[in-house]
Design a protein around this ligand. Sequence first.
Ligand SMILES: CC(C)(COP(=O)(O)OP(=O)(O)OC[C@H]1O[C@@H](n2cnc3c(N)ncnc32)[C@H](O)[C@@H]1OP(=O)(O)O)[C@@H](O)C(=O)NCCC(=O)NCCSC(=O)C[C@](C)(O)C(=O)O
Length: 351
Amino acid sequence: MTDWTDPDTFAQALEQAETREKGNYFENFEEGDLIEHDPGLTLTRWGNEQWMGQTLNHDPAYWRTDAAEARDFDEPPIHPDYLTAATLGITVEDLSEKGGYFLGRTDVRFPEAPVYAGTELHVESEVVDTATSSSRPEYGIVSWRTRGKDPETGDVLCSYERTNMIPRREPVATDGGATAEEDDEPTLPETFVTPEGGYFEDFVDALERADAENAAVAYRHERGRTQDDVTVASLPLATLNTAKQHHNVDEMADSPSGSIVTYGDVTRSTALGHARSDEQTWREVGFDDESFHTFVAVGDTVYAFTRVLQAADDASSDEAGTVRFQHIAFNQDDEPVYSGTRTAEIQKRSN
Ligand SMILES: CC(C)(COP(=O)(O)OP(=O)(O)OC[C@H]1O[C@@H](n2cnc3c(N)ncnc32)[C@H](O)[C@@H]1OP(=O)(O)O)[C@@H](O)C(=O)NCCC(=O)NCCSC(=O)C[C@](C)(O)C(=O)O
């Protein structure tokens, strides 16, 4: 009788066997398709705290009842970063499990009402665009509009538009991509202004000073977070993100990164955690123009740099004002790994 577990026999069996594939190729996506994702999860206090603890998002309002109540929450809510990561994680099996690069995301929005632990999250995505990649014939570029919903109320809890490169089943002929145009010499302002504190008034004051001095409000944050097995593999899996980039060392050995890499949402949430530790956040409003510039892997350290772009006294509460930031995450070699603009309501000092 044939012993199928004999190594030589088994190697032959593996060669003869077809693989039951997971995920979708570029050719499977057509503009207008609506995909209801089968995975879903319950947003728990534990999941939230694991994400927030590991990414250094230690804002007490998400941990302590008294601090939550002082911020007009009924109890510590689910943090928008964890909500965003869980919404995207659930979509990976259908949208990007085949691999490919997470190019960017924009129009990330949250409703005014906070989301509390115990809420179930169901997610759907609509294909909004498919395009050829001229630089990489083995990939196509797909954009989806994704909505994370509370199935009980139908309320949208988080929505955004994401763009990925997705492997093609069959590569196509392309023009090889545009040749990069020579950039003008970069010019930075001579003076960088740092806000004196983390309240709304501090950002307004810094912007006024920068305006008067022809300077920019731009500064770096001291904290860094070195990536380890927890941040690279455990956090994405906890959001049901099945992308092999984050947990299959064997498959990734032959990829451009040569190793498993950090989930983009972990990189960005870590940098945002550093930035938030130097401000008095009231509410997160949204994110735009998010890009992931290069890979982050185990052993890399994620730091953050912030530019303050705008401040306006138009927040949803009298306790706060609205500030628009650009955050840039960078690694130990000072290379940008993530950038995006963020709109947040920041507490006023007077309250
Ligand atoms: C992606 C890399 C290779 C590009 O590097 P590059 O220098 O070649 O960049 P590029 O030339 O600017 O862009 C390449 C192509 O993408 C297009 N493009 C670019 N951005 C956009 C956008 N927003 N919307 C639409 N199109 C965009 C761009 O127009 C261009 O098109 P072309 O091929 O026709 O010339 C490089 O930047 C890189 O390695 N980045 C790191 C990627 C990464 O690590 N992402 C996060 C971790 S992976 C992850 O989290 C996974 C996830 C979440 O689990 C999961 O998707 O399943």
